[in-house]
Design a protein around this ligand. Sequence first.
Ligand code: FRU
Length: 478
Amino acid sequence: MKIENNKNWKPNLHFFKEGHWINDPNGLVYYQNEYHLFYQMNPDDIVWGNMHWGHAVSSDGLHWTHCPIALFAEPDGLGYIFSGGGVVDQRNTSGFQEGDITPVVLSFTHHDKDAVQRQSLAYSSDGLKTFHKYEGNPIIDNPGLKDFRDPKIIWVDNLNQWVMTVVAGQCAQFYSSSDLKEWNYLSKFGEGFGCHDGVWECPDLFPLICADTGETKWVLLISINPGGFNGGSAMQYFIGDFVDGVFSCEDKQTRWLDYGTDFYAAISFDNIDLANKKRRVIAWMSNWHYANETPSSSYRSAMTLPRDIELVEIDNQYQLKMSLIPAFEELRQGILDEWNYEQAGMYKKISSPYECHLSINKKEIKDEALIIEFSNESDEVLPIKFDVKNSKVIFDRQELNWNEKDFGRTIIAPIFWKDDMLNIQIVVDNCAIELFINDGLTSMTNLIFPDQAFSKILIKSKKFDRIEVCDHSLQKVW
Ligand code: FRU
């Protein structure tokens, strides 16, 4: 018998909007010590449609206050408001400044009734309280492409120009501008690189300095749907150079940003000073394959926790890693439990939201796998298996009761090593698990819809001598 979950899988940590459908984060800016999250939303329903930009604000990136809708669709005009970015126009290049309030400029795609997509602008001249669509919209007309969207803008010092990245079918196009209004085509990137099993969406281009080598590289994030590593939607990235308006990349390997099924359309915040050593992002926590059908009945979809992306060098190759933002630690409510645990097979009680850190020398596990198994009173079991020998993690959703649209499947990711230690961080919220392995060299974000919240965790392995575990209960943000 199905036991009803009276919480309806509402997250306690992750951003969502009661009564509404949401998807991609949009226009992420840090402005006067506050994070602004705009996002794709349907004002009328909990399925995708009638896209507007919702808006929320936060002083720490974790506790959010909902704000009025920022951008309304114009169904009879240029169309619905699809995804894009935002920039703080410090030098008033756009001329949108009023008085001494620095303007913020939002770039987005207008998607009209005939599904024609064009790039447009909106701005706020009163510190993100009210928003105006630019009267010169669209700023870039459709060049005859079905998929032409998701403009993300960045200031590029060595060009002394703004650069917009936009997706065009299965490649990214770059444009430049000095005033955010007039744009000139620069170049495109994509053919022969990465995965092309779906449409490219939501690009983001930015520089990062690698702490290991001191070198600056340019990173291009691309969401792809379908064609993800574990099916449906996922994000790939490219590490290269951006010289004279041309992005080039020598690395022909397809690289995935998060290996879970539910990390999509991440873009980074403009105007956070992280000295180009990190880039702060939020992703939509769902997958187009089932996003419209997930069983939550009063809202649909949430955002991931904010994360910092860093560039690292492993085995002479560059790759990205992701970790939760430092402010996340303030949600920890003391240490629940800390053990040096010498016997596998012990159950522990947990209650969501919850965080667990485990650390074990991989030599202890030898040829066995380490299994962390969540379960509940409805006899649902969710094992996460760390197969050290084959450097693989397997997240198994097969035994969960909600199993529409191929949701109940195993989700697999490689484990990357810095040394012999296997370090695991798991954040459990009602409807999601965010997993970080070895300092975020692998991350995996997966939705879960158990009939009841997981209340037990079991650590299994045939034999090991010593594992260190530290649990925290987490402060609810909602
Ligand atoms: C990505 C996406 C974008 C588009 C938006 C529409 O999830 O498909 O490409 O702008 O969602 O809601």
